[in-house]
Design a protein around this ligand. Structure first.
Ligand code: VG1
Ligand code: CO
Length: 541
């Protein structure tokens, strides 16, 4: 074992989902090593522990996996279970941790951020429940990065990660596993594969865009091999280090090809995409885009059609900026609903305590208690299973949902790479005026209240402050503003817009159109153009 002297790096503070930086920052000598050693130290050392290791196949992932294996061995870990070729989707890591009852796992991914030498890289630590480390642990990691003066690593040749099986690395077992099999088996226990297979056999057509990221091999195995979808259903199926130049963020802006096909004349019945590490999903029908918040609500309303939820849901949780559509379903089902801060780590306690079985975020994240991460393919299979049982189109199911529950028109506007001081000043100014907004009349709406969201975890009592600003209007419209915790360049301002329409009239409008008064209210109350000089968002989802 070699002990290397080192010095702390600034800025190794994990954000919404692990530590995310420009790839070049991560590739600096000792940067990754420091963060990994700090992580091991923060969890009480790696000695005797069993960990899972994998990632989304992006540039630098394979090299990073070698470094981490050598460091785990030097720190006395007992075993590391690693996906073949260092590949494992985020939900597959979560499942592997739980199935093999390991002490945790490391995920090498910057999720939906672009990859490659000029893109982003990231590392995330997950706990023994399979979920992202809670704030108490990420804080401890960050504190440790500030004082670290050495790390341990074996000075040995690289491990063969292509051949399945177990080998020895300085007394630590390295077990290379098929990244897909266990996850695909889990999906078979949850869904009615026979019903979905029968639907495909009758000519149901689907397009799945894996965007040259982690889900390709999983989607081919599950959709084409096990469910009999036509060969070629999955496109961009091969994980590539630079995602083939694609930006693996499954939204209408970045999944352009899929959008064009689904909105075009010969659209398949169903379309879906997922992100870099496979935890996000986008759902489309022929000619229809299902917003993630609506997808969560539709899944909640139809969950009992799916075998694993036959006996009903325990509860539904959504992140605060996610639309309130799922709450309406929970109310009508008579089950609890929860509102958490942005980021999947906040769902872990609720799931572990059995308080909810379904969770979702407006950022294309949906999942359940089968793992402790959001799960793109799970959400896609949920839709397929519901479609197979109901025998209706996506458009019919969504319209029917709106007629029953009303519609929460919803959109997110992102302003990317703003100067940090400009973004901070804008929000500080709003924070200073929050108390004065109540009763304000703007664009024909009246402000019912405004606050900064704090979360009180009902399971462990922990409190998370400063989780975003909310401006609520009478009648259920809402504006939420917060800064991204996953960006790697300047500050990204996220503006979440919502307007409730009870129906029966006005349920089938274009979302941007329907939200016009809310969008105009943002400008009047917050003044983004005034403060930043930006007159339009960079990404609309
Ligand atoms: C974004 C999303 C958030 C999501 C997070 C991680 O965070 O808004 O909902 O949980 O990304 O997603 P932020 O702080 O940039 O808004 V990903 O697919 O890392 O796994
Ligand atoms: Co992701």
């Amino acid at each position: 074992m070699t002990i290397h002297q080192t010095q702390p790096f600034d800025g190794q503070k994990p954000g919404t989902s692990g530590l995310r930086k420009k790839t070049q920052v991560f590739m600096q000598p000792k940067f990754l090593e420091n963060f990994i050693q700090a992580t091991f130290d923060a969890i009480g050392g790696a000695a005797g522990k069993t960990l899972v290791l994998g990632g989304d196949g992006r540039f630098f992932g394979a090299a990073a996996a070698q470094t981490i294996l050598k460091m785990a061995a030097a720190n006395g870990a007992a075993r590391v279970i690693v996906g073949q070729g260092a590949l494992l989707s985020t939900p597959a890591v979560s499942h592997m941790i739980r199935k093999r009852k390991t002490d945790g796992g490391l995920i090498l991914s910057a999720s939906h951020n672009p990859g490659g030498p000029n893109g982003d890289f990231g590392v995330k630590f997950n706990m023994s429940n399979g979920g992202p480390a809670p704030e108490s642990i990420t804080e401890a990691i960050y504190e440790r990065t500030k004082t670290l003066d050495s790390y341990n690593i074996l000075d040995v040749a690289d491990v063969d990660l292509e051949t399945l099986g177990t080998s020895d690395l300085g007394g630590m077992a390295v077990e290379v596993v098929d990244p897909v099999a266990d996850y695909a088996d889990l999906m078979e226990t949850i869904f009615d594969f026979d019903a979905i297979r029968a639907m495909f056999a009758k000519g149901f057509r689907m397009r799945m865009d894996s965007m040259h990221a982690a889900t390709g091999p999983y989607a081919v195995e599950i959709l084409e091999r096990r469910l009999g979808a036509a060969p070629g259903t999955v496109v961009h199926a091969e994980p590539l280090p630079d995602f083939g130049g694609m930006h693996p963020d499954p939204n209408p802006t970045w999944a352009k090809e899929l959008m064009a096909e689904m909105m075009g004349p010969n659209a398949p019945d169903f379309g879906a995409a997922s992100d870099g590490d496979g935890d996000r999903n986008m759902i489309l029908g022929a000619g229809v885009y299902v917003s993630p918040s609506d997808s969560l609500a539709v899944i909640a309303a139809n969950a009992t059609l799916v075998r694993s939820f036959r006996d009903g849901l325990k509860g539904v949780a959504r992140s605060m900026p996610t639309s309130m559509a799922a709450d309406r379903v929970a109310q009508s089902l008579g089950i609890p609903h929860y509102e958490t801060p942005t980021g999947w780590k906040f769902f872990g306690n609720l799931l572990d305590a059995g308080k909810c079985s379904l969770c979702g975020e407006e950022s294309f994240g949906t999942g359940s208690d089968h793992v402790r991460e959001k799960d793109g393919l799970w959400a896609i299979l949920m839709w397929l299973n519901i479609l197979a049982v109901r025998g209706e189109t996506v458009a019919e199911i969504v319209s029917g949902h709106f007629r029953k529950f009303g519609r929460n028109y919803y959109s997110r506007h992102d302003y990317e790479a703003l100067p940090k001081d400009v973004a901070n000043a804008l929000l500080a100014d709003l924070a200073g005026r929050l108390d004065t907004l109540k009763g304000l009349s703007v664009e024909g709406m009246t402000v019912a209240g405004a606050d900064e969201f704090s979360y009180h975890d009902p399971v462990d009592g922990s409190v998370s402050n400063h989780q975003g600003f909310r401006i609520l209007f009478e009648g259920g419209s809402r504006i939420v503003l917060r800064l991204s915790g996953t960006g790697t360049e300047g500050a990204t301002l996220r503006v979440y817009l919502e307007k409730y329409v009870a129906g029966p009239e006005g349920l089938e409008r274009d979302a941007q159109e329907a939200l016009k008064p809310v969008i105009a209210a943002v400008e009047k109350i917050v003044g983004i153009a005034r403060a930043t000089g930006r007159t339009a968002p960079d990404v609309i989802s």
